[in-house]
Design a protein around this ligand. Structure first.
Ligand code: COA
Length: 159
């Protein structure tokens, strides 16, 4: 498995699938914003990078199993949206994706990894806690009425 830098255009099929399956919860502030809009803004405003998870190096974009959007602030790597293609969900690939992100952060000598998800997202909440992330905050009714935004941190170094 490899993590390779890519663009939203190259991963169009995966983004289309994610949108069609309503994989991401719409923002309460702007319900019309799609995940494509959100990631476009992250790339523009936060210099976010898009990575695809691939089986083998050098294969075509269609062989991507999923994607992760990451950006950096101070000595921290921030994980934005992550997605594993429907056909590959439930087979442990999100853990591989996280492991690759951890290696990326370590290679940059960063201190920690930070991420957020929504309260009702059992799959991602389970993923982060079982991987060793610690929940730091839960903001109630932030994402939708009755749903929250939950923050997680993964410490790489103690300083
Ligand atoms: C969240 C997501 C990335 C998980 O990817 P995945 O490859 O299917 O997950 P894995 O197979 O690696 O499973 C990881 C762990 O989560 C658990 N899990 C997976 N799907 C689950 C679900 N629907 N409900 C509860 N637990 C779930 C697995 O059992 C596994 O647990 P374990 O550590 O005890 O073995 C994937 O479901 C997805 O892309 N969802 C849509 C987008 C999304 O929600 N992204 C995250 C928020 S940005």
């Amino acid at each position: 498995m490899t993590l390779q830098k890519t663009t939203q255009a190259k991963l169009k099929a995966l983004f289309t699938e994610a949108e069609a399956s309503k994989a991401f919860l719409a923002s309460k502030k702007d319900p019309k914003k799609t995940i494509t809009d959100v990631i476009q803004a992250m790339v523009k405003e936060l210099d976010a990078e898009i990575f695809e998870l691939k089986n083998q190096e050098g294969k075509a974009a269609s062989s991507a199993l999923g994607f992760a959007v990451v950006f950096y602030k101070d000595s921290q790597l921030l994980i934005g949206p992550i997605y594993i293609a429907k056909a590959y969900q439930g087979q442990g690939f999100s853990k591989v994706l996280l492991e690759q992100i951890v290696q990326l952060a370590k290679s940059k000598n960063l201190v920690s990894i930070y991420t957020k998800t929504w309260g009702a997202n059992k799959a991602s909440r389970h993923l982060f806690t079982s991987y060793g992330f610690t929940q730091t905050k839960e903001v109630l009714d932030d994402r939708a009425d009755g749903d929250s935004t939950v923050s997680y941190i993964y410490q790489l170094r103690s300083d």
